[in-house]
Design a protein. Structure first.
Lengths: 320, 439
């Protein structure tokens, strides 16, 4: 059997029209049965489809139309075409927010992945009270972000907070974790890594659990070092889960509003403002619905592109 | 079979019968006048915000539901509206004509809805109040803050004020008297700094707009402000530059907490509680907040005299508005008249609501029992101005878009409190941003 015919048969089998049996064309009765099945299928799916359209598509279309108008929260406003999009990309605030969104996302994704993977590898080894550690390590992810952000604010906000006192005791002077623009950026990035690494740890733990132990034993027999094992076996074997976790964490980071808004509100002087915070303040503080929704749409487009690229990477991994 | 039996018991005919019955019942219910109010006019909906502590809304509801309308007028129903997403709550309700007949809300909400043609102007109501004494009971000039070109968009309800506070013990330890003008204020800050205490205490962090309010208050104190008589932004004026230069001097001299730009309200209260703030700027409720043992040491300061020789401060006259979408305008007005004649308990029973708009309430022994209240009413209330200063008194539509909790105002405040800008540069940026937000 050629590759083409195997692929074709598999495709037919997946779509439920396989004729791997006798190979003869379906009879009229068979055809009628299939049509009835198809109809039944459509009738069963239709309610969910309608609900899905109403719940997802309608708001998206409505928001899309809003982004083309100059309204506010109280009125729809007039049609202005793509003016909101053009106006937004011409403001320095947009590009500053876009740049910080990229930084925040890169640090959030790869910082949490590195820590999550390291902990997942560590927890594979037999350590006392490993289960308890796993539960405790999950806490930053489990605790509501409002509580986490408030706790971090208490830890760093004023010179009398625990961390500034510690920094002063270490001879670092009066460290303004939230008031200094650069330190505020570092603080929100570290906070994001802190609340996200448990998710990565879980993803990586499950990926590592699926790797066949025999592969490691074989590599050991072949004399591979620990570094070689990690780089040439572990990472490639968990690459599919890694890409999936990167896609998810990228979406989480780009759309993360509460972490930043609760910790710094986007300040000081917009230094920690990401695109989602800028979109919020544009709509709900400045009452500019059109430009705010335009920002959100541009974010969505970029996210879709990133997700598509990473998804292609996953498919490539599957083929390999 | 059981399954067949079940199936036949809920036939299509049966289903239609039940559906018809339900529809008929609903139609009859809709046609009925309902309960005890049979025969009376349709009730009006009053929506109020949680203006005070947990005891505010129950008492407010009690006052509302005790309203007994005259024949032909509707009774009032009560709905508490949370501050979270309140703009969306009101805008969607008003747009779908399911909103209230009477409500409070954001301080500039009435002017936004008036711009949309949704507000029933209060001119007739105020005329009637001139006859029954309520109009003259308002503090002088207060009603004028509600006046627009088309009429009075609302009636004043409670006053949110920005004033100075000091810790009398910390000032005493520093060996200084409370300041009376900008120079003496600078001296107080210097004396407090020697004891490791900040004299320019405030915050402008996440969710805290007080910092930007105080900066605007200093401009107004110096005879400046953000809008001219044409209701257009006019930020880069000599008065404003002088005021912001004064603040920048305080910041650069170390009289302001270097982290103040990102302080939330909770952080500010923590600094008062930790005795790190000896003098600062906040709302009237500071001493009642989470400031711990220092509450008893906190005293309202007197308004400062600016280099221009003027005094002034910023306040936000929160208000109650009436909507065109009402079962009866006469019912809305009659209810509000009743409400203003009976709302005194909201202040005398200390529910935590802002300062009263009526002199008669401010004159009650219960209200006067707090000397800080008395000081605010006697010394601050006469010099307060709105966001519209120096161009005018009346609030207007663009205030909500440009300065009232907007991103440019927060950025402006944080840049000044960060100290890494000049007065003229920061004001010029603010001017440009405000012009961009004007409609």
């Amino acid at each position: 059997m050629t590759t083409e015919s195997v692929t074709g048969a598999l495709k037919r089998a997946r779509s439920g029209v396989g004729n791997a049996g006798s190979g003869r064309p379906p009879s009229n009765r068979e055809r009628r049965r299939r049509v009835t099945h198809s109809r039944a299928f459509v009738f069963f799916v239709l309610p969910s489809l309608i609900l899905l359209v109403l719940l997802n598509l309608y708001p998206v279309i409505y928001a899309g139309l809003q982004s083309l108008r100059n309204g506010d929260l109280l009125s729809a406003g007039n049609f202005v075409g793509l003016n909101n999009y053009i106006a937004m990309v011409q403001t320095p605030a947009f590009w500053h927010a876009a740049l910080f969104t990229v930084v925040f996302t890169l640090v959030g994704v790869f910082g949490s992945w590195a820590i999550g993977l390291a902990l997942a590898l560590l927890l594979r080894t037999r350590i006392p009270a490993g289960g308890l550690f796993k539960v405790l390590l999950l806490l930053p992810w489990v605790v509501p972000v409002v509580v986490s952000a408030t706790s971090w604010n208490w830890l760093v906000a004023t010179p009398q907070s625990p961390l500034p006192i510690l920094a002063e005791a270490l001879g670092l002077g009066n460290v303004l974790f939230l008031a200094n623009p650069l330190l505020a950026q570092v603080t929100v990035c570290v906070f994001k890594v802190w609340i996200s690494f448990p998710f990565m740890m879980m993803m990586m733990s499950s990926a590592l659990a699926s790797v066949d132990v025999n592969v490691y034993e074989a590599s050991k027999v072949d004399g591979a070092t620990a570094f070689q094992t990690f780089g040439r076996i572990t990472l490639p074997m968990i690459s599919r889960s890694t890409y999936i976790s990167w896609i998810l964490m990228t979406i989480f980071c780009v759309n993360d509003f509460p972490s930043i808004f609760l910790l710094t509100g986007g300040g000081p002087v917009n230094s920690t403002q990401t695109l989602v915070v800028l979109a919020y303040s544009t709509v709900f503080q400045n009452f500019q619905t059109g430009p705010g929704v335009a920002i959100a749409f541009m974010m969505t487009i970029v996210l879709v592109i990133i997700a598509t690229l990473l998804y292609r990477q996953i498919r490539k991994v599957n083929i390999e | 079979m059981a399954s067949q039996s079940t199936g036949s018991s809920f036939s299509r005919r049966g289903f239609l019968g039940i559906a018809g019955g339900v529809a008929a019942t609903a139609a009859l219910a809709a046609c009925s006048t309902g309960g005890g109010s049979g025969g009376s006019a349709k009730g009006i909906k009053f929506w109020n915000m949680p203006w005070g502590g947990t005891e505010f809304n129950p008492l407010d509801k009690k006052i509302t539901l005790a309203y007994a309308p005259k024949s032909g007028l509707g009774a009032a129903t009560y709905q508490e509206i949370q501050w979270a997403n309140f703009t969306q709550t009101f805008s969607s309700a008003v747009a779908s004509n399911t909103g209230p007949a009477v409500s409070s809300g954001g301080g500039t909400q009435a002017f936004q809805f008036a711009n949309q043609g949704k507000i029933a102007y209060a001119d007739n109501l105020l005329d009637s109040w001139k006859k029954n004494g309520i109009y003259d009971d308002f503090f002088d000039g207060l009603v004028d803050t509600m006046k627009t070109d088309k009429g009075y968009a609302a009636v004043p309800y409670n006053l949110d004020v920005r004033i100075s506070w000091y810790n009398k013990t910390l000032l005493s330890e520093a060996g200084v008297e409370p300041p009376t003008d900008w120079d003496s204020y600078r001296n107080v800050c210097a004396a407090l700094k020697k004891n490791g205490v900040y004299g320019f205490g405030l915050g402008s962090g996440a969710g805290s707009f007080t910092g930007s309010h105080i900066l605007a208050a200093f401009m107004i104190n110096n005879g400046g402000g953000l809008f001219n008589a044409d209701k257009k932004p006019d930020c880069v004026t000599p008065e404003n530059i002088e005021a912001m230069q004064f603040i920048l001097d305080l910041v650069k001299s170390g009289y302001s907490d270097p982290a103040a730009a990102t302080y939330t309200s909770a952080n500010v209260q923590a600094q008062w509680k930790a005795k790190k703030f000896g003098f600062g700027w906040d709302g009237a409720g500071l001493a009642a907040g989470a400031v711990g043992d220092v509450a008893g040491d906190l005293v309202v300061g007197s308004p400062l005299t600016s280099p221009s020789g003027k005094k002034g401060g910023l306040y936000f006259p929160n208000n109650i508005m009436m909507y065109k979408n009402t079962p009866s305008q006469a019912s809305s007005e009659a209810f509000l008249t009743y409400y203003y004649q009976n709302m005194k308990d909201l202040w005398t029973k200390k529910t935590g609501i802002g300062l009263p708009p009526l002199k008669s309430i401010a004159d009650t022994p219960e209200f006067k029992a707090d000397p800080n209240n008395v000081k605010i009413i006697e010394e601050w209330q006469p010099i307060f101005k709105t966001w519209a200063a120096p161009g005018g008194d009346g609030l207007f539509y663009n205030i909500a878009n440009t300065v009232d909790g907007t991103a440019p105002m927060i950025t402006f405040a944080q840049s000044i409190l960060g100290g890494s800008t000049t007065a003229k540069s920061a004001l010029t940026t603010l001017q440009t941003s405000m012009e961009g937000l004007m409609k």
